[in-house]
Design a protein around this ligand. Structure first.
Ligand code: ZN
Length: 547
């Protein structure tokens, strides 16, 4: 989410590297033959509803599983419906160490962890200068780094006529759930318009232009965000000094009276989710999604929870209020879809791209454990860069951001720098710093026992051919940096434990406590329409969720 200068350089270098040459779509011939068998299996039992015509995959950006339980008594709309009638996996994880938005969204409908999707970090997720936005308002973006296939490809392998609409406030939240597919993919630009990039199209459809012409975001100028319910409904204190880094820790929070600034800043307010839902519904209408000859996919990623979680933290009154408003927004989405289409033909899933860690300032020390803290290894990295420059190498060939050390192997080796010794030296230096739990040479992670969940999540985080030398894990509860109140991105369960819910007439309601991963979401949705992944996946079909 915060692309720093050195990362832009690195992304540029990685772009040139053979590692990042776009993979062709894997042919789905195998999938077609499998699904032919599955769907010609002698008819369905009489009590099973018809095959869904519309799959609705909802992703909440930065939602912890425990938000489903913490506010359950106050949900009354969309989340209440999913909790009451859904198949809920209470112990489901984004099972990778890089718990950021891009890797999480790439996993959601691909069945695969980042080591297979190639989407490792936000900074080297979707940015693509060769794919500018139509009408501007943000950096170019495309899925050119995404490897392999996703649900919409598996659907199309079964029936070419299936279509997808994917929408989000964020480029990565809209792009990655549909992999490389050139479907209808739209996100929100800072000029107040929903748009897409030249990867997908050279023009915007009429319905998108019409939606933008209504200038809805600008109409929020000057509006104040106040708690939805009476204050007695919120047990959290409002003024907590760490919230919003002390700037505006208490309600109300007001959008600028300037309409252009309001259209830019609305991304931090609950109304952005309402706007995304309205936009998605306009698209469903205009595209006749779910009313076509083959099953369609609607992917909706709602991003305000991430903005509020970063600004105020997971324990804040603001986060509590955001969840109540998200419940209503999801309710509007589901109720409206049920008015537009036969509800017996719709299946819905809910998950998150990642969760979040409690701000260390608010954490209670665990007995015998080091106190959670904010960690910054940039000084350590700087010493190494200086030493590398002294050897005549380009200091930009060494790039440590947060948890991973990327290098330009060729340019270091040319100057006689041994990568093995560099990796060991940096890992040793990192381990000496306060807040660091472990620093692993990545090559040893590739050989280590994956029953250790930290090893497994790092193994899942990075393709073996990526130029990563060292991966650093902080103590439980510690976070990288001080740029925001709430921070995520670690291999700990705090950042990985997310909701995984299925809902609809072909879903068997119930609660399941066994360990599962979000990589199982795509294969399970595929099974509901008789499709299956066209390549090896990390997840599996959650048969207990299916009637
Ligand atoms: Zn975030």
């Amino acid at each position: 989410m915060f692309v720093r200068t050195s990362w832009r350089r690195l992304a540029h270098r990685l772009r040139q590297s053979a590692v990042f040459v776009a993979f062709p779509l894997i042919a789905c011939a195998q999938a077609s033959s499998q699904t032919a068998t599955a769907s010609s299996g002698g008819g369905r039992p009489a009590n099973v509803a018809a095959e869904p015509r519309l799959i609705v995959a909802i992703t909440v950006d930065q939602m912890r599983y425990d938000y489903l339980e913490r506010f359950a008594g106050q949900y009354q709309s969309g989340l209440a419906r999913l909790i009451k009638g859904g198949a809920i996996y209470t112990n489901a994880y984004q099972d990778h160490a890089n718990t950021e938005t891009a890797p999480g969204h790439a996993t959601i409908l691909s069945g695969r962890e980042p080591y297979r999707t190639g989407i490792v970090l936000n900074a080297i997720g979707v940015p693509d200068a060769n794919a500018p936005l139509i009408g501007g308002g943000g950096p170019g973006a495309s899925p050119f780094r995404f490897r392999g296939t996703a649900l919409i490809d598996w659907m199309k392998a079964k029936d070419r006529r299936s279509r997808a609409l994917s929408v989000s406030r964020k480029d990565r939240g809209a792009i990655l759930p549909v992999g490389r597919a050139k479907e209808s993919v739209f996100w929100y630009a800072s000029n107040g318009n929903f748009t897409t990039s030249r990867y997908y199209s050279d023009t915007l459809p009429t319905w998108v232009k019409r939606f933008n012409a209504r200038r809805i975001p600008q109409q929020y100028a000057g509006k104040a965000w106040e708690p939805l319910l009476p204050l007695s409904a919120y047990p959290e204190p409002d003024t907590v000094s760490v919230e919003d880094l002390g700037r505006e820790p208490a309600f109300p929070h007001r959008l600028s009276a300037d309409s252009a600034i309001a259209a830019r800043d609305i991304i931090g307010f609950p109304w952005m989710d309402d706007l995304t839902v309205s936009f998605a519904l306009d698209g469903v209408n205009a595209m006749r999604l779910g009313a076509g000859p083959a099953p369609d996919l609607l992917a909706v990623s709602l991003s305000t929870t991430d903005a509020v979680g970063h600004r105020f933290g997971m324990a804040s009154r603001e986060l509590h209020d955001q969840m109540l408003r998200l419940d209503r927004a999801i309710g509007t989405l589901i109720d409206s879809l049920y008015k537009l289409r036969d509800s017996s033909t719709i299946v819905i899933s809910l998950t998150a791209d990642h969760a979040v860690t409690l701000p260390p300032e608010l954490a209670k020390a665990e007995p015998g454990a080091p106190p959670p803290m904010r960690v910054d290894l940039s000084d350590v990295a700087k010493e190494f860069r200086t030493a590398i420059a002294a050897r005549g190498a380009d200091s930009n060939a060494f790039d440590f951001e947060d948890a991973m050390l990327f290098v330009d192997k060729e340019s270091l080796e040319k100057k006689g720098i041994k990568l093995d010794s560099l990796a060991r030296a940096f890992a040793d230096a990192a381990k000496r710093e306060p807040g660091v739990y472990r620093a692993d040479v990545f090559q040893t992670i590739l050989k280590a026992d994956t029953s250790d969940f930290i090893v497994r999540r790092w193994r899942h985080a990075v393709p073996p051919d990526y130029p990563v030398l060292v991966v650093v894990t902080l103590n439980h509860g510690s976070v990288w940096g001080s740029y925001a109140t709430g921070i995520h991105g670690s291999p700990w369960d705090d950042d990985g434990h997310v909701p995984l819910v299925f809902y609809g007439p072909t879903i068997a309601p119930g609660r399941h406590a066994e360990f599962e991963t979000v990589a199982s979401l795509g294969p399970t949705l595929a099974r509901l329409i008789g499709a299956s992944p066209g390549e090896p996946v990390d997840g599996h079909v959650l048969t207990a969720a299916i009637r």
